[in-house]
Design a protein around this ligand. Structure first.
Ligand code: HDD
Length: 755
């Protein structure tokens, strides 16, 4: 036969494609990353902090890691093969009849490769398509056996693996993270007694009261069907048309127009199970329960103008934030809280606990913290884990049960059903990320992509041929709470469901002034995009029922008169709630102060290095993420003639990607910045977005050029603008850090903005 070498055209430039050289990894594939070599050459000690992580998985104590190891694949030092495990000699060329001839149909290697590629996409989720996820664990504080037999709550310190996916609702899979939208907060607990999915949102109420309306509300908010616009936005006619005709959505609209819908990070938002659930103990006694997740990092949001700009500067803002925090070992944490109440209590409330457009105010039923969730590991593979994970409200475990909330009832069907299309059949529970950590035994076999190989001739129950196995668990297994119901079969809803405004008013009245102004501005923005005046009028007629200041503010912003209030749907007297401070984002500053906050340090040539090093180190020490930002990458020369690395340029790292800014001292450095409009924009936007500013030395000039006042509109000092000379560095830094811990200085905010 012909020798292989003789069949290959001699072309030395292609040596790497053939022969021995092709058998090993490319030289260069293992080259040092650029940042590593930069470290060695820099004269400055200040280098990109390790905060963004090495990309290596953090191997900590995480019980979810081990069970999935069986399916993890690592190609290091491995030869390339077909899907049948046959080593591939040449992955560059198809098999041709002559070098310039047609491709042979027998080229099974090409065909396998193309076929797989052609089918690599699965349908995106019909809602919540855009999301990011992480592994972690839940740890119970105290045994809850008196209220639930769910064994993840059985003893103090018990850890249960979790996989958590955060998402937006309306946008497609590739849409931007920081759009105004509800965020999904879905937690899969891999408990010792099977999987429990708590499929919640970052808002404790919902648009509609009955699953019957779900396809309609989703159709209305999604891009309009004729031209598929707008992407990931509720600011369009069809959404507002629908909600203006659906007064039950009013409460949710207030939340959605609040800063809740533009979180600073997934790590800084609350999560809610929304519905009332039941907990049931071993004695069969039941209480009602609402689930709350509270982030230890506090609740913080973006401001709208910033969110819009981040969509351009970094559409992956939240995904990146979650990923980097975990890689850096800054594991996000949430406490799980329960609101527990009896059926008798529930009957005394002025609202129906089965109505998912109502909260149970914390003043009425306090939230008891029962455990903590820590996310400590990023997925290895986005598709295999984040995309293929399937959350289902129907996944509950003994000790947890549903209520008759008509929205929840419909969800029990929908989540299982949707996976059949999305994941291609009834065996999606065998996809590793979805499979429980306990073994599965039943007679549901066959179907596409079945993984398990069931032994024996018996696939039915009861049987005698397999000794009756698998057998029913009886009292040890899941059994539904035996609620007594004696009513007619009807389509309709309880009268209390028809109070659509009292809790919307409660939410409004519980917000700080700044938050209220943001809500008005959000309605104004969204309704300005609405084309039909009648729709605007209808929305306003709902708002009139909520609060006159809100309605007038929005009407003013739209340049229209207030319409008559929408007719009330109930004649029952409606409750007057006391404001609930717990509903303001500002009420939850969190416990982590400035940890993981991103701080830009603006520098130019001639910067005073003395003003940077101590601040940089101090911020790092406190867990913050300082970055040296300059006009260009490379080095700037410090006032004392040394070279300092610029970590990111102003154009690659614009203002909106930082929580605060330090303007480094140095006469010529500051002057250089005054000549760069990126730097002026940077400062203006930090100011406009109410972020803390620490100005050192000559930074005054930059303020003058950027036209920024150092005082508040009322003439008093802005607490988040700190000027410090070199002698006051320590005190200035302390003040700056306090302002940063407070997140933003809303007192400076003007509408329209003056800068
Ligand atoms: Fe839903 C996905 C949360 C009402 C039907 N929903 C989905 C996800 C979250 C929620 C977080 C994404 C899960 C993931 O990351 O994979 N949904 C909620 C909340 C609701 C709610 C908090 C109200 C309290 N949903 C709701 C209703 C229905 C659905 C009333 C249908 C009757 N939801 C779905 C779905 C999705 C979904 C179509 C799309 C992808 C999926 O389930 O797996 O089945």
């Amino acid at each position: 036969g012909k020798k292989l070498a003789a069949a290959i055209p001699a072309n030395e430039n292609k040596a790497n494609e053939y022969g021995e050289a092709a058998r090993c990894p490319y030289t260069g594939a293992t080259a040092e990353p650029a940042s590593a070599s930069a470290t060695a050459s820099t004269s400055s000690e200040i280098i990109a902090s390790e905060k963004v992580g090495s990309g290596e998985p953090i191997i900590g104590e995480n019980p979810t890691v081990a069970p999935l190891d069986r399916v993890r694949v690592d190609a290091s030092d491995q030869v390339l093969t077909t899907n049948q495990g046959v080593a591939v000699a040449d992955n560059q060329h198809s098999l041709k009849i002559g070098l310039r001839g047609p491709t042979a149909m027998e080229d099974f290697i090409l065909r396998e490769k193309l076929t797989h590629f052609d089918h690599e996409r699965i349908p995106e989720r019909v809602v919540h398509a855009r999301g990011s996820a992480a592994h972690g664990y839940f740890e119970t504080y105290e045994s809850l056996t008196d209220i639930t037999r769910a064994n993840l709550f059985s003893e103090a310190g018990k850890r249960t693996p979790v996989f958590v996916r955060f998402s937006t609702v309306a946008g497609e899979r590739g849409s931007a993270d920081t759009v105004r939208d509800v965020r999904g907060f879905a937690v899969k607990f891999y408990t010792d007694e099977g999987n429990w999915d708590l499929v919640g949102n970052n808002i404790p109420v919902f648009f509609i009261q009955d699953a019957m309306k779900f396809p309609d509300v989703v159709h209305a908010v999604k891009p309009e069907p004729h031209h598929a616009m707008p992407q990931a936005s509720s600011a369009h006619d069809t959404f507002w048309d629908f909600v203006s005709l659906t007064p039950e959505s009013t409460h949710m609209l207030l939340w959605q127009m609040s800063d809740r819908a533009i979180p600073r990070s997934y790590r800084t938002m609350q999560g809610f199970g929304v519905h009332t659930f039941r907990l049931v103990n071993a004695a069969g006694e039941s209480v009602f329960c609402k689930f709350h997740w509270t982030p230890l990092a506090g609740t913080h949001s973006l401001v709208w103008d910033e969110a819009v700009k981040i969509s351009g500067a970094d559409p992956d803002f939240h995904r990146r934030d979650l990923w980097e925090a975990i890689e850096a070992g800054e594991f996000p944490e949430w406490e799980l809280g329960l609101q527990l109440f009896t059926e008798e209590q529930a009957n005394s409330f002025p609202f129906d606990v089965l109505d998912p457009t109502k909260i149970v105010p914390e003043e009425l039923v306090p939230v008891t913290r029962v455990g903590k969730m820590t996310l400590n590991r990023n997925p290895d593979n986005f598709f295999a884990e984040t995309e293929q994970v399937a959350f289902c409200t129907a996944h509950i475990v003994p000790g947890i049960d549903f209520t008759n909330d008509p929205l929840l009832q419909g969800r029990i069907h929908s989540y299982l059903d949707t996976q059949l299309t999305r994941l291609g059949g009834p065996n999606f529970h065998e996809i590793p990320i979805n499979s429980p950590i306990v073994p599965v035994f039943n007679n549901q076999r066959d179907g596409f992509h079945r993984q398990a190989i069931h032994r024996g001739r018996v696939n039915y129950e009861p049987n005698s041929l397999a000794g009756g196995c698998p057998f029913q668990a009886g009292i040890a297994g899941f059994s539904s709470f035996p609620e007594t119901i004696t009513e007619d079969k009807v389509r309709g809803k309880p009268e209390l469901f028809a109070d659509h405004y009292s809790q919307a008013r409660l939410f409004w009245q519980s917000q700080s002034v700044a938050e209220q102004l943001h809500i008005i501005a959000a309605f104004r923005f969204e309704l300005s995009r609405v084309q039909f005046p009648a729709i605007r009028q209808r929305v306003l007629s709902l708002l009139v029922n909520v609060d006159p200041i809100l309605a007038e503010g929005v009407a003013d912003g739209l340049g229209i008169d207030l319409p008559a209030p929408a007719p009330l749907a109930t004649n029952l007297p409606t409750p007057n709630y006391e404001p609930s401070p717990a509903l303001s984002l500002l009420a939850r500053p969190g416990q982590t102060r400035i940890r993981t906050r991103r701080i830009a340090i603006l520098v130019g040539n001639g910067v005073d290095a003395e003003s940077i090093a101590p601040i940089y180190e101090d911020l790092l020490e406190d867990g913050a993420v300082p970055r040296i930002v300059g006009s260009r990458l490379g080095k700037v020369t410090t006032a004392d003639g040394k070279l300092l690395d610029v970590e990111i340029s102003l154009e690659a790292g614009p203002s909106v990607l930082y929580d605060a800014v330090v303007i480094a001292a140095g006469e010529s450095s500051v002057q250089a910045l005054t000549r760069d409009a990126h730097a002026l924009d940077f400062l203006r936007q930090q100011y406009r977005h109410c972020k803390p500013i620490l100005a050192l030395g000559a930074a005054d000039q930059l303020f003058a050029k950027a036209d920024i006042l150092k005082t508040l509109p009322d003439g008093t000092d802005d607490p988040a603008i700190i000027f410090a000379g070199m002698a006051e560095l320590t005190a200035g830094l302390e003040e700056f850090k306090n302002a940063l811990a407070n997140h933003r200085s809303f007192a400076r905010e003007m509408d329209p903005p003056i800068v």
